[in-house]
Design a protein. Sequence first.
Length: 234
Amino acid sequence: MQNFIENSPTQLPSSPVKSAAIVPGERQEAPLNTLENFYYTEVEKFLAVKNPFILDLGCGGQSIFSSTYFAKQKIIAVDRDEGLIARAPKDHVTYYCMNVGEIIWQNRFDLALDSHLFHCLTETDERESFLFNIHRSLRPGAIFALETMAAHKGMKFSSDYYYAANKTLYQQSTMRPLRKILSAWEIEQSLLKYFDLLVFKIFVDNKFLLQGNGQEFLATEPDVLRIVCVKKSE
């Protein structure tokens, strides 16, 4: 397993990861550049079939697999935001509006990619249901990949937000839960019940953009954690 801290983010775009849907009641589309980079540099090489059946989780208004590169592949993309799904392009991707508890497919997919969804699941039972359903939906030997936020000791947030001891980031004015920012170790432990790890990388010199000016991240932002894993035998 590739398990290390990447101090120089040579495999990431030079811009910060703008998955910062810190808008109450709205989870914006994940940007395509970082997730596409993740797929091409870390994920694709582990796929056992030429044209994998792909599940895109938290696709927003457009799946990263909507490009013509994937036109011959069968792709299902899901998001819980009905408005975003309604605006999705009409292409080779099949879009569904559903939450994590409604993912009921079994032994169908060669790859499930988390498009910045995992850290949006603020409840423990949500995350457990999500991982169980993803494991069930994958074929034997299939791949689960995610790029997610990871907590570190230097994290700080503006007065607009409150990061609680339960690792949840709240909107200060309403105490609405916005993100669950776990440590890399906690994320690893939650995955090991269902998956064997292949890649586990923390990019400490690149962050998820939550509070920056739209172009530059702050050192106090959450780290970028990339994980590629394979389904454990049932």
